[in-house]
Design a protein around this ligand. Structure first.
Ligand SMILES: Nc1nc2c(ncn2[C@@H]2O[C@@H]3COP(=O)(O)O[C@H]4[C@@H](O)[C@H](n5cnc6c(=O)[nH]c(N)nc65)O[C@@H]4COP(=O)(O)O[C@H]3[C@H]2O)c(=O)[nH]1
Length: 690
């Protein structure tokens, strides 16, 4: 059966993928930056080469202009300066007076010489070219033809990187316009001023620039490499810290989830036994009913309440009580099936929900097994505890059709099992309901009775059977019910005990009895000791010493005129506390009597430790005194025991003279019974006092 516990699906963050993506992104960034820088550097180098080419071009132009302006020069003929074969002019060679031969060097020739020098010393190649060259050397190559074509279309400058003979060059070319000075030599070719006569192409070798730039490239690469590594470190740190954060957050989430799960568990389970609690049981019962309705099956509910568990709790303490509950839980869990729901409803109440039961016989078997399991002795430290339980059983759909109805029926059946003497199981029957109603009605009436002053006390004299002298009086509670008339205590005290109403009722009895006794004394009657019955719950639950002290103070009754009647089982249930309470009361002067003596099981060795005054012989022994020799023997033993313990024996329920005589023979002088007087209303008792 499903329980609603909080469950959150955590989507794990794939850190490895995340880190990889980060690494790739970082590497791409660094790569892109390096590439961009290298491209910029490449462009810068080409820019430098282009500027060099422009300078060369400008210088070339200047030479030519100079030549056009000042004409040719003469140089001595030498292997480096041979006569220009293309210069067909008079006085190409002249002889000086000293006999040296000079040859005319025109501007074009001189420029060619400068070109040769530039190529030799700097590797810079310049080439004057034209579509209509005067010399074959000036004929354009394909690159220059293309450039000249583009100049014709209007372009002013062309450059590109080319590879020549395995070396890289920046080829640069600008057009060459016809100026007036040019016409001196080129007018025959039909040029006009402003025409493009050709161009000068300049090739700047790139290798020296590249090698000069090598250091920059290395710096770029190293710098970026370093940056990349730093970035890796940063990513590693970041991912590490993220991993830490995630772990911490996951741990916090886990602990939160754990707490939530624990809270959800607490909301649905009993903290002591870990069994489903009432809340979860309702849920499961609803579901079981729904399933059973669909499949037309039967379910059974077994309500288990431990018998007199309160006595264990009160007498041995709550921790022992808790261990008893846990031990019983463990045993029953071993008996029930895993599919059944076994819940603790609170206190000493458990419920077993049997899903899909076939034969009623199987429920009977289960109930018997449960009772047997519970009944096994439990050893806790030095204690040996034995608990029994009462079981109420009801069925779906036979007895009720809903959760509330089924629980009610099981409760009614369980109360019936209690009434039947406990340690048994009862199946629910409709007539139980009527009884349960009666019970409930009585509980409500009982609650009202205290507020509406419906209780009265009757007083029964206790006499000396030989002298007839009044030795005391017992206060006996009656309920004057407005409809049902006078109800004896035996009919409502068990219910008052069960519901806890006995505490306020007991207080009322104590107050009223003490006040009445004081009133009689104040009226001048001889003082008598008033015996008041104290219930088990009153004795164990309340601070009896404080309560009695307060009552005596408020009523003004002297302690020696109050006697409390307690039973043997009260004494034995919590020896230490009982002893302390009774010693305190005895020190105050309050008298203590053991009621119904002989009907319980007292430890005589313990009994002698209590500060007692009277032993009241149980009515059952007095009743059979004439007929049953055993009763006579028991009564005799009680009387001698009382005397041996230094206590006064007193007999209850003396109805006939024969009983009186036998008791006197046995050595018991005091008694109360119908033979002397019935319990009397306060007004009637005055007569008796007189
Ligand atoms: N057959 C017969 N009965 C006689 C005779 N003489 C006295 N009795 C009855 O015996 C009971 C004596 O009280 P108990 O043993 O303390 O037994 C008491 C006591 O245990 C309890 N009880 C009465 N009043 C109180 C009370 O104020 N507080 C508590 N906690 N219990 C009370 O209810 C029990 C029954 O009380 P009652 O019905 O008043 O019954 C009284 C009384 O009416 C007799 O000769 N023959």
């Amino acid at each position: 059966m499903s329980e609603t516990t909080p469950q959150k699906a955590r989507r794990p963050l794939d850190l490895r993928r995340y880190t990889l993506a980060l690494l790739i992104a970082w590497t791409l960034c660094i790569g892109a930056s390096l590439a961009w820088n290298l491209v910029q550097n490449h462009r810068t180098i080409l820019g430098i080469a282009r500027n060099s080419a422009r300078n060369a071009f400008d210088k070339d132009l200047l030479y030519r202009r100079w030549g056009a302006l000042y004409g040719p020069v003469y140089l001595p003929v030498s292997p480096q300066v041979p006569p220009n074969p293309y210069l067909d002019v008079p006085e190409r060679e002249v002889t000086t007076t000293s006999g040296r031969t000079l040859t005319m060097v025109n501007p074009a020739y001189m420029t060619r010489m400068v070109y040769d020098l530039a190529e030799k010393s700097h590797g810079i190649r310049s080439h004057l070219t034209s579509l209509n060259p005067l010399r074959p050397q000036n004929a354009p190559d394909p690159w220059e033809i293309e450039a000249l074509r583009r100049f014709a279309e209007g372009e002013k400058e062309i450059s590109s990187v080319v590879s020549t003979e395995g070396s890289e060059y920046l080829r640069f070319m600008r057009p060459f316009w016809v100026e007036e000075a040019c016409l001196k030599c080129h007018s025959r070719q039909g040029y006009k001023i402003g025409d493009i006569r050709g161009g000068i192409s300049i090739s700047i070798p790139l290798a020296p620039l590249w090698s000069a730039n090598h250091g920059t490239i290395v710096a770029y690469v190293l710098g970026h490499g370093l940056l990349w590594f730093l970035g890796l470190g940063g990513i590693a740190l970041g991912v590490g810290s993220l991993r830490g954060q995630i772990r911490r957050r996951e741990a916090a989430e886990d602990s939160l989830l754990e707490k939530e799960t624990h809270l959800a568990f607490l909301a649905n389970h009993d903290t002591l036994t870990g069994l489903p609690n009432r809340h979860l049981l309702h849920d499961r019962l609803d579901q079981a009913i729904a399933r059973a309705q669909r499949s037309q099956r039967r379910i059974a509910i077994l309500l288990i309440e431990l018998d007199r568990f309160k006595t264990i709790n009160d007498s041995l303490g709550h921790s022992v009580g808790d261990r008893v509950l846990c031990e019983i839980t463990g045993r029953l869990l071993g008996t029930v099936r895993k599919s059944d729901t076994f819940a603790r409803l609170g206190g000493d109440e458990f419920l077993l929900l049997l899903d899909d039961v076939g034969q009623v016989a199987s429920i009977v078997t289960m109930a018997q097994r449960l009772l047997l399991d519970i009944d096994q002795p439990i050893r806790i430290d030095s204690f040996r505890v034995q608990v029994t339980a009462s079981l109420g059983i009801c069925l779906f759909p036979d007895d009720a059709l809903d959760t509330e109805g089924l629980l009610k029926c099981a409760e009614v059946a369980m109360y019936r099992a209690k009434e039947m003497g406990r340690n048994n199981y009862q199946f629910y029957t409709p007539d139980m309901n009527a009884r349960a109603h009666e019970f409930l009605e009585m509980e409500n009436d009982l609650r009202r009775a205290l507020d509406e002053d419906q209780f009265v006390l009757h007083y029964q004299p206790q006499v000396d059977m030989i002298t007839g002298q009044l030795m005391g009086v017992e206060a006996l509670l009656r309920w004057q019910h407005p409809q049902k008339g006078m109800i004896p205590p035996g009919d409502f005290i068990p219910l008052a005990e069960q519901t806890g109403l006995i505490i306020p009722i007991g207080d009322w009895v104590l107050r009223t009895a003490c006040a009445q006794n004081r009133a009689w004394q104040d009226a001048g009657h001889p003082p008598v000791t008033m015996a008041v019955n104290i219930s088990m719950r009153q004795f164990l639950q309340t601070d009896l010493v404080t309560e009695i002290t307060r009552t005596l103070e408020t009523t003004g009754l002297a302690p020696q005129f109050l006697e409390i009647e307690i039973t043997e089982s009260m004494l034995m249930s919590d020896f230490d506390n009982s002893l302390a309470t009774l010693q305190a009361l005895s020190r105050m002067g309050v008298r203590i009597a053991i009621d119904d003596f002989g009907s319980g099981f007292s430890s005589l060795s313990h009994l002698r430790l209590f500060p007692l005054h009277r032993l009241k012989i149980d009515r059952s022994f007095v009743r059979d005194l004439g007929d049953a020799p055993q009763s006579r023997a028991i009564a005799g033993s009680i009387v001698s025991l009382a005397w041996n313990l230094g206590l006064e024996p007193i007999a209850e329920g003396v109805e006939i003279e024969e009983q009186r005589d036998i008791l006197c023979e046995l050595g018991c002088r005091q008694a109360q019974g119908f033979l002397f007087a019935r319990p009397l209303a306060a007004a009637d008792f005055i007569e008796f006092l007189r």
